[in-house]
Design a protein around this ligand. Sequence first.
Ligand SMILES: Cc1ncc(COP(=O)(O)O)c(C=O)c1O
Length: 383
Amino acid sequence: MKQIYFDNGSTSFPKAPGLGEAMGKHIDYNGYNISRGGYSKAYSLEGEIIEAREAVCRLFHCDDVKKVIFTPGATIGLNMVLKGLLKRGDHVITTSMEHNAVVRPLAQLEAKGVLWSRAQCDEKGRLDPQEIRKLIRPETKLVLAIHGSNVCGTLIPIEEIGRICRENRIFFCVDASQTAGSAVIDMQKCNADALIFPGHKALLGPQGIGGMILSRTMAETMEPLFSGGTGSASHREEMPELLPDKFQPGTLNIPGIIGLKHALAYIEKEGLVSMMEKKKRITDAFLEEVGNMKGVRLIGLPAGDDRCSVVSLDFVDQDNAEVAFRLENEFGIMTRCGLHCAPHAHKTLGTFPQGTVRFSFGCFNTITEIRFAAGALNRILCG
Ligand SMILES: Cc1ncc(COP(=O)(O)O)c(C=O)c1O
């Protein structure tokens, strides 16, 4: 049976063409370390890592390669920002749509005296930025917002929120896990002090690599959550202040960075905007197909510019888990069923505790696959 992959919100698959080969070549022929060896191979590898930082900067409109901190993924970056910034008595505002990668670190911090408010989104996952403004108090240090919902795809207006944060001198962190590589994100325009991105979703890189881009003031204020050797200022027992070293102790995932560099070069070659347009066509076609299906409840917004390519459905007369099971077993269609690590988002959307079946599309999906999936859903719903 042909397999169709609609779980790109979890991780993209396939990855950028040639990714395995690029990483394999690096490991087999160039697997040195950086910042630790005084020989030419180490220096030239360092140059490649800088090229990866430059590609990240071009994608997110960042003005300084040193502000790019590589992390093992979005979860680690979010933990580093939250736990490195917030102290007892500090107040943080998030939306009601956040992923557990934000919710769980904040639950830990709340138990240690950090104050946390959630700005309520509506039943489609939309946020009126004024809801953020209403929650600001003198102790508010950080606003953290998911950019695109990993449950229903609704986009949060990060530029407006960034403006509110700037006016009130509050740090702003954007979780771009579902939109990095799926939306145009300009760090300057959205006044983001921290932009968190995974490399393995729409950026088409390997698992185990991601990053955060920090503003100067955020980097100066945050404490490093992890410490250790950096190959710089080795005479000191404290972490160096210079970037990216302050937040990058230990040997980096260099094969992962080489893979990410390869994937970013592919995105640049194809063009981010044309890849976005393709994904939008695929998503819109699916939304049109399921729009009039009896027994299907679309969770979140219909086709439009205020959503990304994550679509959640609730099957009114059937068990969601059974629909997902049949999609794979009878038709080879891989989706994800359940709460998608975001229980509070489901409470906001009215789909807790049953969850949804999530279809998340990538740039390699086709209209033919969408038509096939619609046919499969019709067969499942009819019998
Ligand atoms: C919105 C959001 N934030 C954070 C994460 C965590 O990303 P990672 O698993 O790459 O650390 C995810 C992953 O699905 C996500 O969708």
